[in-house]
Design a binder for this molecule. Structure first.
Ligand code: HEM
Length: 356
């Protein structure tokens, strides 16, 4: 009887122990067979456990940690488009924040800020007047036909690129409420075609500009004097300058360096995912949009000074010939160099007197 009791107690204890261990075993098996991304079961246990119990998920990888450590979370797909396998790409959220939040602000401030600054300059300083001298009426060739062709090809394509580019940033916000979604969709489609196709004449023009003007745009000591004297814009005098003054060199290098950055990032975007993955595509867009709005603001200043802002300047890119008095005022060293080269020959000619 006593033996039976002892056996009975031992069997009952073994049964109770087995029942107690079973869930723990089951839990252990689940925890190891599941990947870190699927910890729902264990989280549930932690939540329902005693308040001071150790959190069994404390060392688990959170979604946030995964995002920080990996470029992207991807799965497997059997369709040809491998990009569809990307499930999450956290940098995409930063990119969206930039595209929808920072960029319109930065773009608006640069472009509107430049227009307002030029308007303020125009109304305080006024138009820079052509100063007459005994050389007035004589002409000097400033840009030959190829240089003018290069300038206008680049300039015209840039203007279309700028307008269609700004449409990407501001069109939906500013234009669509005015013209309606249908008209906006049609216009945006043409704007996009124009943006893609005119990028090529812009890039070719950029290469030509580098070829024809780089030698005259290397910074030298005359630029230091020019800058110290405020370039004749803010001061009263006209500091000596060679073919291009320091301000024009800044324009040239902005066009060249900005244009190259736009070209590289633009071509990467024109052929999506051919040389860059999703991160590369986003970086290209950051570069393209930021450089684009800065260069547009700079070119607005250039267009102002080359037309409304300075009397006599436009002729240089219009007919190619400028008034010798203008050239002497703004580019004295260049006039001397040209006259020395040609011994005042073919470069300088007197405009025939108009018929009465
Ligand atoms: C309708 C718009 C434009 C006008 C009226 C204009 C006018 C001019 C003029 C008059 C010059 C010669 C200045 C001189 O005698 O030294 C010039 C030069 C130049 N332009 Fe333009 N331009 C325009 C648009 C552009 C655009 C969009 C670009 C580039 C994307 C550009 C790039 C240049 C460069 C690199 C130079 C030589 C450096 C300089 O003079 O600053 N221009 N432009």
């Amino acid at each position: 009887m006593r033996n039976i009791n002892v056996r009975g107690v031992l069997a009952a204890a073994a049964l109770v122990a087995a029942m107690g261990l079973a869930p723990a075993f089951a839990q252990g098996t689940n925890a190891t067979s599941e990947g870190p991304a699927n910890r729902g079961g264990t989280t549930q246990n932690a939540v329902t456990g005693p308040a001071n119990a150790a959190n069994p998920t404390a060392s688990a990888v959170s979604e946030e940690q995964l995002f920080q450590q990996l470029d992207k979370l991807s799965g497997r797909v059997s369709i040809p488009d491998g990009k569809a396998a990307i499930l999450q790409q956290p940098q995409g959220r930063d990119y969206r924040g930039f595209r929808e939040g920072i960029l319109p602000w930065v773009g608006g401030i640069f472009v509107l800020g430049m227009i307002l600054a030029l308007a303020a300059f125009y109304f305080t300083r006024g138009r820079i007047k052509l100063e007459h001298s005994e050389e007035s009426g004589r002409k000097i060739l400033r840009f030959n036909a190829f240089e003018r062709f290069t300038h206008w090809m680049t300039a015209m394509s840039f203007i279309v690129l700028a307008i269609s580019g700004l449409n990407y940033i501001f069109g939906k916000r500013l234009l669509m409420p005015i013209i309606g979604p249908d008209a906006f969709a049609a216009w945006s489609q043409y704007a996009k075609y124009a943006h893609n196709f005119l990028s090529w004449p812009f890039m070719i023009g950029l290469l030509f500009m580098i070829l024809v003007w780089i030698k005259d745009n290397i910074p030298d000591r005359t630029d230091v004097t020019w800058i110290k004297q405020g370039g004749g814009l803010v001061g009263q005098g006209h500091p000596p300058a060679r073919r291009f003054n320091a301000g024009q060199k800044v324009i040239f290098w902005s066009v060249v360096l900005g244009g190259l950055a736009l070209s590289v990032s633009g071509v990467i975007m024109m052929f999506p995912f051919s040389v860059a993955d999703i991160n590369g595509m986003q970086i290209s867009q950051y570069v393209h949009a930021t450089v684009g709005v800065i260069l547009i603001a700079i070119m607005i200043a250039h267009i102002y000074i080359g037309s409304l802002g300075m009397e006599g300047a436009y002729d240089a890119m219009g007919s190619g010939e400028v008034d010798l008095a203008w050239a002497r005022t703004h580019h004295s060293l260049w006039v001397e160099e040209e006259q020395a080269k040609t011994a005042s020959g073919p470069q300088v000619r007197t405009r025939p007197a108009p018929a009465e």
